[in-house]
Design a protein around this ligand. Structure first.
Ligand code: ADP
Ligand code: MG
Length: 393
């Protein structure tokens, strides 16, 4: 018991839970990546290690009582401009677990190269620098773009994969972060709009209107689905996987070999202190994704400027939220939606979730925690009282 996996998001990690976690192996029909390379957090590694240690401390005390032996390995690596850690358990051997973990790392790095805006050999870079000409991209990139456009439409543009000119302008997470002039924001916004991305078939893509694509809001989610698909399709073993792709957590196969004791507990961080959790959500399979205003940001004149932009204004979304967590079998969807829900704010976001049967947890600036209607076997436990949070059920 008490096995809390503390995740440090790219921002916050919050979270929540609910929903029926029916496996969804192909529910999302995709797989792939995200990133945007800009966070240069000198403290990131330190904090990551602190979080990892807390995790160890918490998990050290509960023996699972599983009767089937699991061989577990952990692979830590840096990809998509963030720290990632993948725990793989095999029911066969240590070397099987190690091989799978290495394969996962390689695949995520491959996705990173394709979807990065800054890796010049990658196809997103190629696309963004093609001066509006039709450009051939990899299957991964094409699929990620298809998904991005699907969620842009679903959220009425709150999620928009063409925010690149604004992410460049603000430079949040880089040494050049600044508040741009309104005229610069207005100019950048003339190139923004997911309708500017034309998928021409056969992996050909064209960008109109000087648009540039930024898949930072969906890439890690896409990677999570690919990881899930990799272990699900490999029937040579019975896999149990917990992948922490920064603030995106992907789970497969349950935590132990025995049913009944096989849920992972994922802590949702306190936005003001991400070494502590304000809630825990437990589930055995699927993804838990969080977006928040707390890791990639800078402050000027007492105001916080973070990395989730409102496409309607070109400013960091000022929606009264600190963080949003989505729990869904499809992590690409969860990733796009956390970003979109953060932009929408609590009222519109809640309504959107109820209409679309999305499981989500919202944390507001005034320390209220909201969850959507809970269903299925994902459990949510609120722990934030002593930190001044209220659970508004
Ligand atoms: P994180 O990368 O911290 O996990 P998100 O998934 O919310 O957080 O993605 C934020 C990133 O998505 C930004 O760094 C930027 O690259 C991009 N982005 C910012 N605003 C939007 C938006 N409204 N729609 C789509 N992508 C966005
Ligand atoms: Mg996202």
């Amino acid at each position: 018991q008490g096995n809390v996996t503390k995740v440090e998001a790219d921002g916050p990690v919050l979270f929540f839970c609910l929903i029926s976690y029916l496996r969804a192996a192909g529910t999302c029909g995709i797989m792939y990546s995200d990133f945007v390379l800009y966070k240069q957090r000198s403290n990131a590694m330190k904090r990551y290690l602190a979080a990892a240690m807390l995790l160890l401390a918490l998990s050290g005390c509960g023996s699972s009582g599983s009767s089937t032996q699991l061989y577990t390995t952990t692979e830590d690596f840096f990809a998509m401009d963030t720290y990632m850690s993948v725990d793989v358990s095999s029911e066969k051997s240590e070397s099987a677990a190690e091989d799978m973990a290495v394969k996962i790392e390689q695949r995520v790095n491959q996705l990173d190269a394709a979807l990065s805006r800054t890796q010049q050999a990658g196809d997103l870079y190629k696309l963004n620098h093609a001066n509006g000409q039709p450009t051939e991209v990899s299957d991964d990139t094409y699929t990620a773009l298809e998904k991005a456009l699907e969620y842009a439409e679903m959220t009425n543009g709150a999620f928009d994969p063409t925010m690149a000119p604004l992410t460049d302008l603000w430079g949040i997470g880089t040494d050049n972060a600044r508040v741009p002039a309104q005229s610069e924001i207005d100019e950048a916004l003339t190139h923004v709009g997911y309708q500017n991305v034309k998928l021409l078939g056969n992996d050909q893509v064209q960008l109109l209107n000087g648009a540039q694509v930024d898949l930072g809001g969906i890439g890690k989610g896409y990677a999570g689905d690919i990881v899930h698909e990799m272990v699900e399709s490999d029937t040579s073993d019975q896999w149990h996987v917990l992948a922490r792709l920064s603030g995106n957590v992907e789970m497969y196969g349950g935590k132990t070999a025995d049913s009944g004791t096989d849920r992972w507990n994922i802590g949702i961080a306190d936005p003001d202190d991400n070494t502590d959790s304000i809630a825990v959500v437990s589930l055995r399979d699927g993804s838990v994704v969080t977006s928040g205003d707390y890791e990639r940001f800078f402050e000027k004149d007492g105001k916080r400027y973070h990395h989730i932009f409102d496409p309607a204004t070109g400013y960091p979304a000022d929606s009264g939220l600190r963080g949003v967590t989505v729990i869904d079998p499809c992590s690409t969807k969860a990733d796009a939606l956390t970003t979109a829900l953060f932009v929408m704010g609590l009222d519109k976001g809640m309504k959107f979730c109820e209409e679309n049967e999305i499981a989500a947890v919202f944390i507001t600036s005034d320390k209220q925690v909201y969850t959507t209607s809970k269903t299925g076997d994902c459990t949510f436990e609120f722990l934030g009282e002593k930190k001044g949070y209220t659970y508004a059920e």
